[in-house]
Write a protein of this length. Structure first.
Length: 104
């Protein structure tokens, strides 16, 4: 199985999640959500206040995953020739209830 992703420091307060991917053969089995949770846990442990990420407009499954995990669409634009959606989430998300996350 191939499943990966990583977080990079964007600035002192923001981690950027990059290159999250699950092999198509293994998609829709919870692996992406597990990777996302682990990356978020690392961001919290490193005391980031925000997490940001992006995905292309055609990756509807990724959009659903991020939005169901509490990420908020901030804008759409072009990145390296691709139409993308930019998302953010408050860094204290690991300690927030779903209701609190909705208020962000």
């Amino acid at each position: 199985m191939r499943c990966h992703g990583w977080a990079e420091r964007f600035d002192d307060d923001v981690a950027e999640l990059r290159r999250m991917r699950v092999d198509p053969v293994f998609q829709r089995r919870g692996f992406g959500r597990s990777v996302l949770r682990e990356l978020e846990s690392r961001a919290v442990a490193l005391r980031f206040k925000w997490v940001m990420l992006d995905t292309t407009t055609i990756q509807v499954g990724a959009q659903r995953l991020y939005e169901s995990a509490g990420y908020v669409r901030r804008r759409e634009g072009m990145l390296h020739g691709y139409a993308v959606i930019f998302y953010e989430k408050a860094g204290s998300f690991a300690r927030m209830t779903p209701h609190e996350q909705m208020r962000l």
